[in-house]
Design a protein. Structure first.
Length: 327
């Protein structure tokens, strides 16, 4: 069982338009409503592919009620923690070329008691040695070391912790020694305080995060693929070009694919497992990009033949090439 914790969940509304133009009345070509929040999406992707997962989700207000209804409609295994605040709604405007414009509400603040209740559920539902995934932005007013404190408590209880967040929250979480962090290129650049022009730069930055405490760093690079840096070394993966429909949730599907491979392997050799996990992460992420809104991919959407983990001359050639499409 992989347990996810989403401290700032949302209703994700996606509106598809021919072209976004400020100050004009636009007619939607399509609309989609999905349960949202990074951890929620990770659980949705895992369950869609037969990997047991449970989402711990604090919810409140009418939008929280609707979020619970959407989770139930998708048969998502969720532990709902009632909170006094109001669950947020996020709006994504998607254009045909894959460009997305997001309007994210701040979300509801959590009291110390509510946060403790969320942690209690995460500890109760994760098995010893199992994964707990801490995902997304922090709710308003939460201390920037919230994920760090959760990471320490979960690790001390024998859980493996993965963290997917950004900004100061990421820096503090890294120092708490999580088993895995998953930044994208922009988040990684922010964490080390400099731009990343090539995969050589990405690897160097990932090594800095490992030196600061993270045991493994999985970096999603959008159309430029992904990089994994862990005790076994460095792996670089790429994917065939994808015709994008929506990038919302693609990074969450990517992380779900990686963790799903680790769960399924159950003790496979480290090097082989890392390669398989990186390939599956890329395949799940690419599949999500081809789907509308924040729909998560199932087995019929995923094409492992379209991804590859690079070796030899192909790997050497890509390392210093400029990064393109990492947004």
């Amino acid at each position: 069982m992989i347990v996810t914790v989403t401290l700032n969940p949302s209703l994700d509304r996606t509106v598809e338009v021919a072209e976004l133009a400020r100050g004009r009345v636009l007619r939607a070509r399509g609309t989609h409503l999905h349960p949202g929040g990074k951890g929620v999406n990770v659980t949705r992707a895992l369950l869609a592919n037969g990997v047991p997962s449970r989402a711990v989700v604090p919810v409140g207000g009418p939008d929280g009620d609707q979020l619970v209804e959407l989770l139930a409609a998708e048969a998502v295994d969720a532990v709902v923690v009632p909170v006094s605040g109001r669950t947020r709604s996020n709006i994504t405007i998607a254009e045909p070329d894959g460009t997305v414009t997001k309007l994210n509400e701040p979300g509801a603040a959590l009291t110390a008691a509510e946060l403790d209740l969320v942690l209690d559920h995460a500890l109760a539902d994760a098995v010893d040695g199992g994964w707990v995934v801490l995902c997304g932005s922090l709710p308003p007013g939460a201390p920037v070391d919230t994920y760090a404190r959760l990471t320490r408590r979960l690790s001390e209880a024998g859980r493996r912790v993965a963290v997917d967040t950004s900004g100061a929250a990421l820096g503090h979480a890294v120092a708490a020694g999580p088993a895995l962090v998953k930044p994208n290129a922009e988040e990684l650049a922010g964490a080390v305080g400099r731009p990343l022009a090539s995969r050589v730069d990405v690897v160097a930055a990932a090594q800095e995060l490992r030196a600061a405490g993270a045991r493994a760093v999985l970096v999603s690079l959008g159309a430029a693929g992904a990089v994994l840096v862990d005790d076994a070394g460095v792996l670089v993966g790429e994917c065939d070009p994808v015709e994008p429909r929506s990038t919302v949730g693609a990074g969450d599907a990517f992380l779900a694919g990686f963790l799903g491979a680790l769960h399924a392997a159950d003790g496979a050799p480290g090097a082989a497992l890392a390669r398989a996990a990186l390939a599956q992460a890329l395949a799940w992420g690419a599949a999500a990009v081809r789907l509308p809104g924040s729909q998560m991919p199932g087995p019929g959407d995923i094409d492992l033949s379209a991804v590859r983990v690079l070796t030899g001359e192909e790997l050497d050639a890509c390392m210093t090439a400029p990064l393109v499409g990492t947004g």
